[in-house]
Ligand binder design. Structure first.
Ligand code: 5AD
Ligand code: SF4
Length: 459
């Protein structure tokens, strides 16, 4: 099938669909940024696409199913538009490689997680060859390089910034070390440069990303710990707010806890996945801490920063989890009272050690436990939101609210979403908002002071 002629200046549509975590969202932004200079413009209507880039996720079985069914649904589109190029990137692509091409004969290219930086070159090769390609660079670190087009100014008030990738922890259930590779960090100078550029383009809040940000810096020539990096961002840039995810409880140091008490730039929210409350299960998961050890860290953190919001991840139905183990998880939730929780039913993932554990929990039992846990947490989350009513919070205005007409949306330092009346021009400002109403997933409020602090620099 011949390619329609491509004239410089006649843009081609690029449709990017992202599954999974914020790391994938960041990589999708990089893909858009890298393909822009080659004449590809992002389109939101898939029917206008000349190239479709799927950034895939395989962390849980359900996520992988979604990817497969979406890929399958593209077969019809490719039939009516044969020049369309369909590319799969991300974790499923890394995991299956060529097998993904075998499974979907309308798929044109598979790019592994370390190949994002080569997407432009690979797409050109694909267009020229007219064949199908697999790109699985083993050598590249998959992180954005210094300078170049990958460091992107972009519209928007908040922006993700990858600081490290990969993981060496090998939790028994987790596919990440196999699809993202070993841990590697970006030099601090590159991260600071990217943040300054984002700041120049109007970004006020950065979300520092990595599978385990606490271990940032290992193996770098330019010595830096995660705490050093946080302090440098706070003092060497004018960014108003910093968030980060994800942290591993075993690597959470007192020094890092202390950062939450050093001014307002670092948002007072920590996502600290505990996964389970039973020591037996934590050991089988290879998590490297006990429930009491986790609780002790929470206690110290709350002493240092009493208002801190805490969220976590839980897996229920891990192989061998008994009713008694599950009760220990529920006990831990009752003790901590997380502000919010992401909870999942265990699913086998290829290559992981837990996949070969014999004592699987029956799916209906795991589903029952998940429902019990989620029902409990929904009540806690709502109560915590209700407790916000009447208080005044600093809110970074992110843009028009999707849900309510004419309203703006933003987040409190505790990562609560809040909707309120404000002009469009308030976007990017930090406003004082008095909370008037609480829902299960968001708050409503009224602006009382505007605009408030314009810079979060608190030297
Ligand atoms: N089954 C269920 N949940 C999982 N997670 C990771 N691997 C699995 C799995 N095999 C969850 C963990 C992790 C979150 C991102 O996904 O809770 O923190
Ligand atoms: Fe997966 Fe564990 Fe690494 Fe997190 S720390 S990415 S759960 S292996």
């Amino acid at each position: 099938m011949s390619e329609p002629p491509f004239h410089p200046g006649s843009p081609r549509g690029l449709y990017v669909r992202t599954f999974g975590c914020q790391m994938n969202e960041y990589d999708s932004l990089r893909v858009q940024r890298l393909l822009g200079p080659l004449g590809y413009v992002p389109v939101s209507d898939i029917g206008e696409a000349d190239v479709i880039f799927l950034n895939t996720c395989s962390v849980r079985e359900k996520a992988e199913h979604k990817v497969h069914s979406f890929l399958g649904s593209l077969r019809r589109l490719k039939k009516i538009k044969p020049h369309l190029k369909i590319i799969a990137g991300g974790c499923v692509a890394q995991q299956l490689g060529e097998k993904l091409l075998d499974r979907f004969d309308h798929l044109d290219m598979v790019i592994g997680t370390r190949g994002v930086g080569s997407v432009g070159l690979m797409l050109q090769r694909l267009q020229e060859s007219g064949g199908r390609l697999v790109c699985m660079p083993g050598e590249e670190n998959g992180l954005p390089g210094p300078g170049g087009p990958e460091i992107f100014p972009r519209g928007g008030v908040t922006a993700p910034v990858t600081i490290m990738q990969g993981c060496n922890n090998y939790c028994a259930y987790c596919i990440v070390p196999y699809v993202r590779g070993p841990e590697r960090s970006r030099p601090a100078s590159e991260i600071l440069e990217e943040i300054r550029r984002l700041e120049d383009s109007g970004v006020r809040e950065v979300l520092l990303l990595g599978q385990n940000v606490n271990s940032y810096g290992r193996g770098l020539d330019e010595k830096s710990t995660f705490v050093d990096l946080l302090r440098r961002i706070r003092t060497e840039t004018g960014i108003a707010r910093i968030r980060f995810t994800t942290s591993h409880p075993k690597d959470l140091t007192d020094e890092l806890m202390q950062c939450f008490a050093e001014g307002d730039t670092l948002c007072k929210h920590l996502h600290l996945p505990v996964q389970a409350g039973s020591d037996r299960i934590l050991k089988r998961m290879n998590r490297g801490y006990t429930a009491a050890g986790y609780m002790e860290k929470i206690r110290r953190l709350r002493l240092i920063c009493p208002q801190i919001a805490l969220t976590s991840d839980i897996i229920v139905g891990f192989p061998g989890e008994t009713e008694e183990d599950f009760t220990k998880t529920m006990d831990l939730l009752e003790e901590v009272r997380f502000d919010n929780l992401f909870s999942f039913r265990y699913s086998d993932r290829p290559n992981t050690s837990a996949a070969s554990f014999p004592d699987k929990v029956p799916p209906e039992e795991a589903a029952r436990r998940l429902l019990e846990l989620q029902t409990y947490q929904a009540d806690v989350t709502l109560r915590k939101n209700l407790a916000e009513v009447g208080s005044v919070r600093d809110v970074l205005v992110e843009g028009p609210s999707r849900a309510s007409n004419g309203q703006m949306t933003g987040r409190t330092t505790h990562n609560r979403i809040i909707n309120f009346e404000a002009p469009l021009s308030s976007c990017g400002q930090i406003l004082g908002v008095k909370i008037s109403f609480a829902y299960s997933h968001s708050l409503k409020g009224d602006v009382i002071v505007r605009p408030k602090a314009q810079s979060g620099r608190d030297l």
